[in-house]
Write a protein that binds this ligand. Sequence first.
Ligand code: SF4
Ligand code: FE
Length: 487
Amino acid sequence: MALKTPEQYEESLRKMNFKIYLMGELVKNWVDNPIIRPSLNSVKMTYALAQKPEYEDLMTATSHLTGKKVNRFTHLHQSTEDLVKKVKMQRLLGQQTASCFQRCVGMDAMNAVDSTTYEMDQKLGTKYHERFINFLKMVQEEDLTVDGAMTDVKGDRSLAPHQQADPDLYVHVVEKNDKGIVVRGAKAHQTGAVNSHWILVMPTVAMGKDDADYAVSFVCPADEKGIFYIYGRQSCDTRKLEGGTIDVGNAQFGGHEALMVFDNVFIPWENVLMCGETEFSGMLVERFAGYHRQSYGGCKVGVGDVLIGAAALAADYNGAAKASHVKDKLIEMTHLNETLFSCGIACSAQGHKTASGTYLIDLLLANVCKQNVTRFPYEICRLAEDIAGGMMVTMASEKDFKNPELGKVLEKYLKGTANVSCEDRARVMRLVENLTLGTAAVGYRTESMHGAGSPQAQRIMIARQGNLEQKKNLAKNIAGIKEEKKA
Ligand code: SF4
Ligand code: FE
Protein backbone atom coordinates (compact mmCIF):
# COMPACT_ATOMS: atom_id res chain seq x y z
CA MET A 1 0.00 0.00 0.00
CA ALA A 2 2.65 2.53 1.18
CA LEU A 3 0.25 5.53 0.96
CA LYS A 4 -3.20 5.42 2.53
CA THR A 5 -5.94 7.69 1.20
CA PRO A 6 -7.64 9.88 3.81
CA GLU A 7 -10.74 7.74 3.46
CA GLN A 8 -8.77 4.55 4.11
CA TYR A 9 -7.28 6.18 7.20
CA GLU A 10 -10.74 7.01 8.53
CA GLU A 11 -11.99 3.50 7.82
CA SER A 12 -8.97 1.97 9.54
CA LEU A 13 -9.81 3.92 12.72
CA ARG A 14 -13.37 2.58 12.66
CA LYS A 15 -11.93 -0.93 12.84
CA MET A 16 -9.98 -0.19 16.01
CA ASN A 17 -11.28 -1.35 19.35
CA PHE A 18 -10.58 1.69 21.52
CA LYS A 19 -11.76 2.11 25.07
CA ILE A 20 -12.20 5.88 25.41
CA TYR A 21 -13.91 7.77 28.22
CA LEU A 22 -15.16 11.26 27.50
CA MET A 23 -16.95 13.28 30.17
CA GLY A 24 -17.46 10.20 32.30
CA GLU A 25 -18.88 8.00 29.58
CA LEU A 26 -17.54 5.28 27.33
CA VAL A 27 -17.49 6.48 23.71
CA LYS A 28 -18.86 3.95 21.24
CA ASN A 29 -18.26 5.77 17.95
CA TRP A 30 -15.10 7.83 18.36
CA VAL A 31 -14.78 8.57 14.64
CA ASP A 32 -18.02 10.54 14.42
CA ASN A 33 -18.07 11.94 17.94
CA PRO A 34 -18.47 15.73 17.52
CA ILE A 35 -15.85 16.52 20.19
CA ILE A 36 -13.24 14.10 18.80
CA ARG A 37 -13.99 14.43 15.07
CA PRO A 38 -12.15 17.73 14.38
CA SER A 39 -8.95 16.20 15.73
CA LEU A 40 -9.36 13.22 13.42
CA ASN A 41 -9.82 15.63 10.51
CA SER A 42 -6.45 17.22 11.32
CA VAL A 43 -4.62 13.87 11.17
CA LYS A 44 -6.60 13.02 8.05
CA MET A 45 -5.07 16.08 6.42
CA THR A 46 -1.60 14.46 6.74
CA TYR A 47 -2.94 11.72 4.45
CA ALA A 48 -4.87 14.07 2.15
CA LEU A 49 -1.97 16.41 1.39
CA ALA A 50 0.34 13.45 0.69
CA GLN A 51 -1.96 12.58 -2.25
CA LYS A 52 -1.55 15.98 -3.88
CA PRO A 53 1.16 16.34 -6.55
CA GLU A 54 1.95 19.92 -5.50
CA TYR A 55 2.90 18.76 -2.00
CA GLU A 56 4.59 15.49 -2.94
CA ASP A 57 8.09 16.80 -2.25
CA LEU A 58 7.23 17.93 1.28
CA MET A 59 4.65 15.33 2.27
CA THR A 60 6.34 12.19 0.99
CA ALA A 61 9.83 10.70 0.96
CA THR A 62 11.59 7.64 -0.41
CA SER A 63 12.03 4.96 2.21
CA HIS A 64 15.69 4.13 2.77
CA LEU A 65 14.52 0.65 3.75
CA THR A 66 12.38 -0.30 0.75
CA GLY A 67 12.93 2.41 -1.87
CA LYS A 68 9.16 2.99 -1.91
CA LYS A 69 7.34 6.31 -1.64
CA VAL A 70 6.13 6.77 1.95
CA ASN A 71 4.41 9.49 3.92
CA ARG A 72 7.08 11.74 5.45
CA PHE A 73 5.52 11.15 8.88
CA THR A 74 6.80 7.54 8.67
CA HIS A 75 10.24 8.43 7.31
CA LEU A 76 13.64 8.44 9.03
CA HIS A 77 15.52 11.61 8.12
CA GLN A 78 18.37 10.73 5.78
CA SER A 79 19.86 14.20 5.32
CA THR A 80 19.68 17.76 6.62
CA GLU A 81 17.44 18.41 3.62
CA ASP A 82 14.98 15.87 5.04
CA LEU A 83 15.09 17.71 8.38
CA VAL A 84 14.36 21.03 6.67
CA LYS A 85 11.51 19.51 4.66
CA LYS A 86 10.01 18.13 7.84
CA VAL A 87 9.73 21.64 9.31
CA LYS A 88 8.27 23.03 6.08
CA MET A 89 5.74 20.20 6.00
CA GLN A 90 4.68 21.04 9.54
CA ARG A 91 4.27 24.72 8.69
CA LEU A 92 2.10 23.75 5.73
CA LEU A 93 -0.11 21.54 7.90
CA GLY A 94 -0.37 24.22 10.58
CA GLN A 95 -1.58 26.63 7.89
CA GLN A 96 -4.14 24.13 6.57
CA THR A 97 -5.58 23.02 9.91
CA ALA A 98 -4.89 25.92 12.33
CA SER A 99 -4.46 23.26 14.99
CA CYS A 100 -2.26 20.42 16.19
CA PHE A 101 -2.28 17.66 13.56
CA GLN A 102 -0.80 15.21 16.06
CA ARG A 103 1.13 12.87 13.80
CA CYS A 104 4.55 14.41 14.51
CA VAL A 105 5.01 12.81 17.92
CA GLY A 106 5.24 9.36 16.36
CA MET A 107 7.60 10.59 13.64
CA ASP A 108 9.84 12.19 16.26
CA ALA A 109 9.71 9.13 18.49
CA MET A 110 10.62 6.76 15.65
CA ASN A 111 13.59 8.88 14.61
CA ALA A 112 14.84 9.05 18.21
CA VAL A 113 14.32 5.34 18.88
CA ASP A 114 16.11 4.39 15.66
CA SER A 115 19.43 6.03 16.52
CA THR A 116 19.21 5.20 20.24
CA THR A 117 18.49 1.48 19.80
CA TYR A 118 21.28 1.29 17.21
CA GLU A 119 23.83 2.79 19.59
CA MET A 120 22.49 0.76 22.51
CA ASP A 121 22.92 -2.50 20.56
CA GLN A 122 26.46 -1.49 19.56
CA LYS A 123 27.45 -0.84 23.15
CA LEU A 124 25.50 -3.52 25.02
CA GLY A 125 25.07 -6.27 22.42
CA THR A 126 21.26 -6.08 22.68
CA LYS A 127 18.97 -6.75 19.70
CA TYR A 128 16.54 -3.89 19.82
CA HIS A 129 17.32 -2.08 16.57
CA GLU A 130 16.32 -4.96 14.31
CA ARG A 131 12.97 -5.20 16.12
CA PHE A 132 12.45 -1.50 15.63
CA ILE A 133 13.24 -1.69 11.90
CA ASN A 134 10.71 -4.53 11.50
CA PHE A 135 8.11 -2.32 13.17
CA LEU A 136 9.05 0.66 11.00
CA LYS A 137 8.69 -1.40 7.80
CA MET A 138 5.12 -2.24 8.82
CA VAL A 139 4.40 1.43 9.67
CA GLN A 140 5.70 2.56 6.28
CA GLU A 141 3.97 -0.18 4.31
CA GLU A 142 0.59 0.41 5.99
CA ASP A 143 1.04 4.19 6.34
CA LEU A 144 0.17 4.05 10.04
CA THR A 145 -0.20 6.87 12.53
CA VAL A 146 1.96 6.24 15.58
CA ASP A 147 1.60 8.02 18.89
CA GLY A 148 4.91 8.72 20.60
CA ALA A 149 4.16 8.33 24.31
CA MET A 150 6.75 9.83 26.62
CA THR A 151 5.30 11.95 29.42
CA ASP A 152 4.67 9.97 32.61
CA VAL A 153 2.31 11.40 35.19
CA LYS A 154 5.35 11.76 37.51
CA GLY A 155 3.71 12.15 40.94
CA ASP A 156 6.11 13.92 43.32
CA ARG A 157 8.53 15.70 40.97
CA SER A 158 11.28 15.74 43.61
CA LEU A 159 11.46 11.93 43.65
CA ALA A 160 12.94 9.43 41.18
CA PRO A 161 10.56 6.88 39.63
CA HIS A 162 11.39 4.09 42.10
CA GLN A 163 11.01 6.47 45.09
CA GLN A 164 7.39 7.39 44.39
CA ALA A 165 4.80 6.49 47.03
CA ASP A 166 2.81 4.75 44.29
CA PRO A 167 5.07 2.70 41.98
CA ASP A 168 2.70 3.20 39.03
CA LEU A 169 3.36 6.94 38.66
CA TYR A 170 5.88 6.10 35.96
CA VAL A 171 5.15 3.35 33.42
CA HIS A 172 7.08 0.28 34.51
CA VAL A 173 7.59 -3.43 34.03
CA VAL A 174 5.64 -5.45 36.59
CA GLU A 175 6.33 -8.89 35.18
CA LYS A 176 8.78 -10.56 32.81
CA ASN A 177 8.53 -14.05 31.33
CA ASP A 178 9.88 -15.93 28.31
CA LYS A 179 7.12 -14.48 26.08
CA GLY A 180 7.37 -10.84 27.00
CA ILE A 181 6.72 -8.20 29.67
CA VAL A 182 3.68 -6.80 31.47
CA VAL A 183 3.58 -3.03 32.00
CA ARG A 184 1.53 -0.74 34.23
CA GLY A 185 1.24 3.04 34.64
CA ALA A 186 -0.10 6.00 32.69
CA LYS A 187 1.12 8.54 30.15
CA ALA A 188 -0.33 12.05 30.35
CA HIS A 189 -1.15 14.62 27.63
CA GLN A 190 -1.04 12.02 24.87
CA THR A 191 -1.45 14.03 21.69
CA GLY A 192 -3.51 12.30 19.02
CA ALA A 193 -3.68 9.08 21.05
CA VAL A 194 -7.11 7.95 19.86
CA ASN A 195 -6.38 8.87 16.25
CA SER A 196 -3.37 6.54 16.24
CA HIS A 197 -2.96 2.93 15.18
CA TRP A 198 0.09 2.14 17.29
CA ILE A 199 1.84 3.60 20.32
CA LEU A 200 5.58 3.91 20.78
CA VAL A 201 6.24 4.20 24.51
CA MET A 202 9.46 5.74 25.83
CA PRO A 203 10.80 6.59 29.30
CA THR A 204 10.32 10.18 30.36
CA VAL A 205 13.51 11.04 32.27
CA ALA A 206 17.16 10.04 32.51
CA MET A 207 17.36 7.23 35.07
CA GLY A 208 19.72 5.61 37.55
CA LYS A 209 20.27 1.90 38.19
CA ASP A 210 17.47 1.69 40.78
CA ASP A 211 14.97 2.73 38.11
CA ALA A 212 15.68 -0.26 35.84
CA ASP A 213 12.01 -1.36 35.75
CA TYR A 214 11.09 2.11 34.51
CA ALA A 215 13.63 2.23 31.68
CA VAL A 216 11.21 0.65 29.26
CA SER A 217 10.36 1.32 25.63
CA PHE A 218 8.00 -0.70 23.43
CA VAL A 219 5.45 -0.56 20.65
CA CYS A 220 1.90 -1.86 20.85
CA PRO A 221 -1.42 -1.37 19.06
CA ALA A 222 -3.20 1.70 20.44
CA ASP A 223 -6.25 -0.45 21.24
CA GLU A 224 -4.31 -3.23 22.98
CA LYS A 225 -6.11 -5.10 25.75
CA GLY A 226 -5.59 -3.29 29.06
CA ILE A 227 -5.13 0.19 27.53
CA PHE A 228 -7.83 2.79 28.03
CA TYR A 229 -8.03 6.55 27.53
CA ILE A 230 -9.57 9.39 29.47
CA TYR A 231 -10.07 12.17 26.94
CA GLY A 232 -8.83 15.63 27.95
CA ARG A 233 -11.12 18.66 28.12
CA GLN A 234 -10.34 21.76 26.15
CA SER A 235 -11.57 25.28 26.67
CA CYS A 236 -14.94 25.82 24.91
CA ASP A 237 -15.03 22.17 23.71
CA THR A 238 -18.78 21.74 24.29
CA ARG A 239 -19.45 24.43 21.69
CA LYS A 240 -18.80 21.60 19.25
CA LEU A 241 -22.01 19.98 20.50
CA GLU A 242 -24.14 22.99 19.52
CA GLY A 243 -24.17 22.09 15.83
CA GLY A 244 -23.16 25.52 14.50
CA THR A 245 -20.06 26.57 12.60
CA ILE A 246 -19.41 30.14 13.83
CA ASP A 247 -19.02 29.94 17.60
CA VAL A 248 -16.44 27.13 17.45
CA GLY A 249 -14.12 29.39 15.47
CA ASN A 250 -12.61 26.44 13.60
CA ALA A 251 -15.42 24.03 12.79
CA GLN A 252 -13.31 21.58 10.84
CA PHE A 253 -10.09 20.97 12.72
CA GLY A 254 -8.66 20.55 16.20
CA GLY A 255 -6.24 18.57 18.30
CA HIS A 256 -6.63 16.33 21.30
CA GLU A 257 -4.80 14.99 24.30
CA ALA A 258 -5.74 12.08 26.53
CA LEU A 259 -4.57 10.28 29.63
CA MET A 260 -3.42 6.86 28.46
CA VAL A 261 -3.70 4.17 31.13
CA PHE A 262 -1.81 0.87 30.96
CA ASP A 263 -3.63 -1.59 33.17
CA ASN A 264 -1.28 -4.60 33.12
CA VAL A 265 -0.64 -4.66 29.39
CA PHE A 266 1.25 -7.60 27.91
CA ILE A 267 3.99 -6.74 25.39
CA PRO A 268 5.68 -9.60 23.49
CA TRP A 269 9.48 -9.46 23.37
CA GLU A 270 9.52 -8.68 19.63
CA ASN A 271 7.86 -5.34 20.47
CA VAL A 272 10.17 -4.40 23.35
CA LEU A 273 12.79 -1.75 22.46
CA MET A 274 14.39 -1.08 25.84
CA CYS A 275 14.08 -3.01 29.08
CA GLY A 276 16.30 -2.00 31.96
CA GLU A 277 19.09 -0.22 30.03
CA THR A 278 18.93 2.87 32.25
CA GLU A 279 22.10 4.41 30.79
CA PHE A 280 20.27 4.92 27.45
CA SER A 281 17.03 6.40 28.77
CA GLY A 282 18.59 9.88 28.92
CA MET A 283 19.75 9.69 25.29
CA LEU A 284 16.29 8.66 24.12
CA VAL A 285 14.59 11.46 26.06
CA GLU A 286 17.09 14.05 24.81
CA ARG A 287 16.74 13.03 21.16
CA PHE A 288 12.96 12.72 21.14
CA ALA A 289 12.62 16.05 22.93
CA GLY A 290 15.11 17.61 20.50
CA TYR A 291 13.14 16.46 17.46
CA HIS A 292 9.86 17.65 18.96
CA ARG A 293 11.39 21.01 19.85
CA GLN A 294 12.44 21.32 16.20
CA SER A 295 8.85 20.42 15.20
CA TYR A 296 7.50 23.47 17.00
CA GLY A 297 9.53 25.68 14.66
CA GLY A 298 7.17 24.40 11.94
CA CYS A 299 3.71 23.61 13.31
CA LYS A 300 3.36 26.63 15.58
CA VAL A 301 4.57 28.89 12.77
CA GLY A 302 1.87 27.56 10.44
CA VAL A 303 -0.84 28.16 13.05
CA GLY A 304 0.75 31.57 13.69
CA ASP A 305 0.31 32.36 9.98
CA VAL A 306 -3.44 31.77 10.35
CA LEU A 307 -3.62 33.89 13.50
CA ILE A 308 -1.75 36.78 11.86
CA GLY A 309 -4.12 36.50 8.90
CA ALA A 310 -7.14 36.48 11.21
CA ALA A 311 -5.89 39.59 13.06
CA ALA A 312 -5.30 41.38 9.75
CA LEU A 313 -8.81 40.47 8.58
CA ALA A 314 -10.28 41.66 11.87
CA ALA A 315 -8.50 44.98 11.36
CA ASP A 316 -9.91 45.19 7.81
CA TYR A 317 -13.45 44.41 8.99
CA ASN A 318 -13.17 46.88 11.87
CA GLY A 319 -11.96 49.61 9.52
CA ALA A 320 -8.68 49.85 11.44
CA ALA A 321 -6.28 48.42 8.86
CA LYS A 322 -4.78 51.76 7.93
CA ALA A 323 -3.89 52.79 11.48
CA SER A 324 -0.10 52.87 11.75
CA HIS A 325 -0.03 51.08 15.13
CA VAL A 326 -2.11 48.22 13.70
CA LYS A 327 0.26 47.88 10.75
CA ASP A 328 3.19 47.87 13.13
CA LYS A 329 1.61 45.19 15.32
CA LEU A 330 1.12 42.96 12.30
CA ILE A 331 4.78 43.50 11.40
CA GLU A 332 5.80 42.54 14.94
CA MET A 333 3.67 39.38 14.81
CA THR A 334 5.26 38.43 11.50
CA HIS A 335 8.73 39.14 12.83
CA LEU A 336 8.15 36.90 15.86
CA ASN A 337 6.61 34.13 13.80
CA GLU A 338 9.38 34.11 11.23
CA THR A 339 11.99 34.10 14.01
CA LEU A 340 10.48 30.81 15.19
CA PHE A 341 10.62 29.44 11.66
CA SER A 342 14.26 30.54 11.38
CA CYS A 343 15.05 28.52 14.51
CA GLY A 344 13.28 25.45 13.11
CA ILE A 345 15.20 25.72 9.85
CA ALA A 346 18.52 26.48 11.56
CA CYS A 347 18.50 23.45 13.88
CA SER A 348 17.62 21.31 10.85
CA ALA A 349 20.28 22.75 8.53
CA GLN A 350 22.88 22.25 11.28
CA GLY A 351 21.86 18.62 11.86
CA HIS A 352 24.25 15.70 11.65
CA LYS A 353 24.32 12.01 10.86
CA THR A 354 24.12 9.56 13.76
CA ALA A 355 25.67 6.09 13.81
CA SER A 356 22.49 4.46 12.43
CA GLY A 357 22.52 6.83 9.44
CA THR A 358 19.50 8.81 10.67
CA TYR A 359 20.01 12.56 10.91
CA LEU A 360 19.65 14.35 14.23
CA ILE A 361 18.98 18.08 14.60
CA ASP A 362 21.44 20.42 16.30
CA LEU A 363 20.26 19.95 19.87
CA LEU A 364 21.33 23.38 21.14
CA LEU A 365 19.48 25.19 18.36
CA ALA A 366 16.41 22.94 18.70
CA ASN A 367 16.22 23.85 22.38
CA VAL A 368 16.66 27.54 21.58
CA CYS A 369 13.83 27.12 19.06
CA LYS A 370 11.46 25.68 21.63
CA GLN A 371 12.51 28.20 24.29
CA ASN A 372 11.42 30.95 21.91
CA VAL A 373 8.19 29.06 21.27
CA THR A 374 7.42 29.26 25.00
CA ARG A 375 7.33 33.05 24.60
CA PHE A 376 6.60 34.37 21.11
CA PRO A 377 3.17 32.77 20.50
CA TYR A 378 2.02 34.45 23.74
CA GLU A 379 3.04 37.83 22.36
CA ILE A 380 1.49 37.01 18.99
CA CYS A 381 -1.76 36.12 20.82
CA ARG A 382 -1.60 39.35 22.83
CA LEU A 383 -1.21 41.42 19.69
CA ALA A 384 -4.00 39.50 17.91
CA GLU A 385 -6.36 40.18 20.82
CA ASP A 386 -5.30 43.81 20.82
CA ILE A 387 -6.09 44.20 17.11
CA ALA A 388 -9.33 42.16 17.15
CA GLY A 389 -10.88 44.15 19.98
CA GLY A 390 -13.16 43.09 22.83
CA MET A 391 -15.88 41.86 20.50
CA MET A 392 -14.09 38.54 20.14
CA VAL A 393 -15.10 37.64 23.70
CA THR A 394 -18.35 39.54 24.24
CA MET A 395 -20.17 38.80 21.00
CA ALA A 396 -23.62 37.18 20.96
CA SER A 397 -24.00 33.53 19.98
CA GLU A 398 -24.64 32.06 16.58
CA LYS A 399 -28.16 31.19 17.74
CA ASP A 400 -28.86 34.88 18.44
CA PHE A 401 -27.68 35.76 14.95
CA LYS A 402 -30.05 33.13 13.53
CA ASN A 403 -33.03 34.35 15.59
CA PRO A 404 -35.25 36.38 13.19
CA GLU A 405 -35.76 39.24 15.66
CA LEU A 406 -32.38 39.35 17.41
CA GLY A 407 -30.50 38.69 14.18
CA LYS A 408 -31.71 42.00 12.75
CA VAL A 409 -30.62 43.87 15.87
CA LEU A 410 -27.20 42.26 15.82
CA GLU A 411 -26.75 42.86 12.08
CA LYS A 412 -27.43 46.54 12.72
CA TYR A 413 -25.31 47.07 15.81
CA LEU A 414 -22.40 44.66 15.35
CA LYS A 415 -21.54 45.79 11.88
CA GLY A 416 -18.01 46.95 11.18
CA THR A 417 -17.18 48.40 7.77
CA ALA A 418 -20.27 48.75 5.56
CA ASN A 419 -19.05 46.38 2.84
CA VAL A 420 -18.42 43.38 5.10
CA SER A 421 -21.19 41.13 6.38
CA CYS A 422 -21.73 40.88 10.07
CA GLU A 423 -21.39 37.10 9.78
CA ASP A 424 -17.91 37.33 8.27
CA ARG A 425 -16.86 39.69 11.04
CA ALA A 426 -18.27 37.27 13.63
CA ARG A 427 -16.44 34.34 12.01
CA VAL A 428 -13.06 36.01 12.12
CA MET A 429 -13.57 37.18 15.72
CA ARG A 430 -14.43 33.62 16.75
CA LEU A 431 -11.36 32.31 14.94
CA VAL A 432 -9.14 34.69 16.92
CA GLU A 433 -10.94 33.57 20.09
CA ASN A 434 -10.47 29.91 19.17
CA LEU A 435 -6.74 30.34 18.56
CA THR A 436 -6.04 32.45 21.62
CA LEU A 437 -8.55 31.18 24.20
CA GLY A 438 -10.55 28.28 22.78
CA THR A 439 -9.85 24.68 21.77
CA ALA A 440 -6.97 25.58 19.43
CA ALA A 441 -5.34 27.59 22.23
CA VAL A 442 -4.42 24.26 23.81
CA GLY A 443 -2.28 23.47 20.78
CA TYR A 444 -1.11 26.99 20.03
CA ARG A 445 -0.73 28.69 23.39
CA THR A 446 -0.37 26.39 26.35
CA GLU A 447 1.22 23.65 24.30
CA SER A 448 3.79 26.23 23.21
CA MET A 449 4.68 26.48 26.88
CA HIS A 450 4.60 22.85 27.97
CA GLY A 451 4.56 20.67 24.86
CA ALA A 452 7.91 19.03 24.05
CA GLY A 453 8.98 19.94 27.58
CA SER A 454 8.38 22.99 29.77
CA PRO A 455 10.76 25.98 29.48
CA GLN A 456 13.08 24.87 32.27
CA ALA A 457 13.78 21.60 30.44
CA GLN A 458 15.13 23.61 27.52
CA ARG A 459 17.23 25.83 29.79
CA ILE A 460 18.88 22.74 31.26
CA MET A 461 19.71 21.55 27.75
CA ILE A 462 20.92 25.01 26.70
CA ALA A 463 23.25 25.02 29.73
CA ARG A 464 24.51 21.56 28.81
CA GLN A 465 25.00 22.29 25.12
CA GLY A 466 26.11 25.92 25.39
CA ASN A 467 29.82 25.12 25.85
CA LEU A 468 30.65 27.87 28.32
CA GLU A 469 34.25 26.67 28.71
CA GLN A 470 34.94 27.19 25.04
CA LYS A 471 33.46 30.69 25.27
CA LYS A 472 35.68 31.47 28.27
CA ASN A 473 38.71 30.35 26.27
CA LEU A 474 37.72 32.66 23.45
CA ALA A 475 37.54 35.54 25.89
CA LYS A 476 40.91 34.62 27.45
CA ASN A 477 42.49 34.53 24.02
CA ILE A 478 41.24 37.99 23.09
CA ALA A 479 42.06 39.43 26.53
CA GLY A 480 45.58 38.01 26.43
CA ILE A 481 45.11 35.75 29.50
CA LYS A 482 47.58 32.91 28.97
CA GLU A 483 47.55 31.01 32.23
CA GLU A 484 45.31 32.05 35.04
CA LYS A 485 47.51 33.05 37.96
CA LYS A 486 46.38 33.09 41.56
CA ALA A 487 46.10 36.65 42.79
FE1 SF4 B 1 2.87 18.12 15.64
FE2 SF4 B 1 2.97 20.51 16.67
FE3 SF4 B 1 1.03 18.87 17.40
FE4 SF4 B 1 3.51 18.40 18.24
S1 SF4 B 1 2.25 20.17 18.76
S2 SF4 B 1 2.11 16.90 17.35
S3 SF4 B 1 4.69 19.14 16.48
S4 SF4 B 1 1.35 19.72 15.38
FE1 FE C 1 3.15 18.74 20.96
